[in-house]
Write a new protein. Structure first.
Length: 489
């Protein structure tokens, strides 16, 4: 009864001060406004969280302008251009070629527009991989209208992140990367970018969800979801918190119309920080720590069989002999429940936690093994390169001529965004207008067998491809599926 009376008094005071003007704070930073806020929340001022809902006329008139002025200059426009060869519509037509000859058309320029964030005064810029994919030139325009030609330092398709570098006569305005693990659903955020190319735009919203997976953007499965309006052109822009820190890189939207419907996704800043540090260290691709194990989701049936209250964690499917997981005592059937104190809900969450760790460090895993929970320490090492690192270009007259191949080691598999335990020989590149391109061979294909011989090294594929054969029978793995081909060539 007493608390109800106090709350009623507080509401009356708020109404009075709301009509009279904004409630002024005391010199000690607290004042009547804070005391009334704590009273309405049922707090006593001893351990209340910093978050609260706005109240009173003075707080309703607050503005995000200081945050935009602080962070906005660090958000840039990213222009990517690529020269694309054009083919005459009459190319290959005997009649037109007889009278007009082969028509050569000048190449056209394909361009794309996105956003980026300067995260270091020396000119390191973070954007999305899909913004600069296959670009011949990438230019960066700052808020004040200056343009710079950038150098692509690192790009990772699986994370949809790229790091650029621009140079200028003086330090660039930059934004600080915050701690994305400190976010909570309901936190206020701002999205800054260049939607539809109209110019820098700021929208506001909240964190709608955390650790979103399988959103159909890329292989990365730990997105921040927000209802701040994100549209085409916002990709690579900043998602900032209420202290002006970048806590995410805006990446994609869920939309059937192409416009924002309040479901946008951003890559957490903690993984962005790890990618930037890799670029600063001179790497041209992002290295993830190697643990030597594969994981799968825990289903409801598995959870019941393992005696778990609910399906959660990452179930170990296989373990590489003499790898870090095997050396730490992990076995197939164990379930990783937490890493360094952070809960692991699914394998994507474990992949995210691993990617934010430094190679050479030691992490603590909470594991459910044979019905008991235990903590183990595991060393996070660099993915091994394998016995051969040679890249071989296939010549001669075969369906593989024009393909550049290499042994699929764990390190190369990580670089290509493939499963490390598959082995075999991977296709790195395929020359245009080559026999390999004509027969449909693609980068990231894995050649398993040719004319009845198992292919385990690039040198063996080269030797087999040089044989004088008119019929070719081979097996190629693509996206986890085996494809058998029989060709006469």
């Amino acid at each position: 009864m007493r608390s109800q009376i106090l709350q009623s008094v507080a509401v009356c005071l708020l109404l009075f001060f709301g009509q009279a003007g904004a409630v002024q704070a005391q010199d000690d930073g607290g004042g009547l406004a804070e005391a009334l806020s704590q009273l309405l929340r049922g707090g006593n001022g001893s351990g209340e969280p910093a978050r609260r809902v706005p109240f009173g006329q003075g707080e309703i008139q607050l503005s995000f302008a200081p945050l935009v002025k602080q962070t906005g200059p660090a958000v840039v426009n990213v222009y990517a251009s690529q020269q694309v060869s054009s083919r005459s519509p009459f190319s290959g037509d005997p009649f037109f070629e007889r009278f007009f000859g082969r028509q050569q058309m000048s190449p056209r320029v394909r361009s794309s527009l996105g956003s980026g964030v300067i995260v270091d005064p020396s000119g390191y810029v973070v954007t999305n991989y899909h913004v600069i994919r296959d670009a011949d030139e990438v230019r960066v325009a700052t808020q004040d209208g200056r343009e710079y030609t950038s150098e692509i330092l690192l790009k990772d398709e699986s994370l949809d992140l790229a790091v650029l570098r621009i140079e200028g006569p003086e330090p660039f305005p930059s934004a600080q990367l915050g701690d994305s693990d400190a976010l909570e659903v309901g936190d206020l955020v701002l999205a800054i970018g260049n939607p539809f190319g109209v110019g820098q735009t700021t929208t506001s919203g909240i964190i709608s969800a955390l650790a979103r997976t399988h959103v159909g953007v890329n292989d990365f499965g730990f997105f921040i979801q927000t209802d701040a309006a994100i549209n085409p052109g916002n990709s690579g822009g900043a998602l900032i918190n209420m202290v002006g820190e970048v806590i995410g890189i805006n990446t994609a939207i869920f939309s059937q119309s192409g416009g924002s419907i309040g479901i946008g996704f951003a890559i957490p800043s903690n993984i962005v920080r790890a990618v930037v540090e890799a670029a600063k260290s001179g790497l041209d691709f992002f290295e993830r720590p190697f643990v030597g194990a594969t994981f799968e989701n825990v289903t409801a049936q598995m959870a019941e069989a393992l005696g778990m209250d609910r399906p959660a964690g990452a179930l170990i499917q296989s373990v590489v002999p003499e790898g870090p997981a095997a050396n730490a005592g992990l076995r197939p059937g164990d379930v990783v429940l937490a890493m360094n104190g952070s809960l692991i809900e699914h394998p994507d969450a474990l992949g995210y936690r691993l990617a934010t760790q430094t190679i050479g460090s030691v992490s603590t895993l909470t594991v459910l093994s044979q019905g008991r929970e235990r903590e183990i320490e595991i060393e996070l090492v660099r993915a091994p390169e394998g016995e051969s690192t040679a890249e071989v270009t296939i010549d001669g007259r075969s369906p593989f001529a024009g393909a550049k191949v290499a042994a699929l080691s764990p390190r190369l598999a990580q670089q290509l965004g493939m499963r490390a335990e598959t082995g075999g020989v991977a296709v790195l590149d395929v020359a245009r207008n080559s026999p390999a391109a004509g027969f449909g061979l693609r980068p990231n294909d894995i050649v398993r067998e040719v004319n009845g011989e198992e292919i385990d090294t690039p040198e063996k594929l080269r030797d087999v491809a040089m044989s004088n054969s008119r019929w070719w029978r081979f097996t190629v793995e693509r996206d986890g599926r085996l494809m058998n081909q029989i060709l006469r060539y």
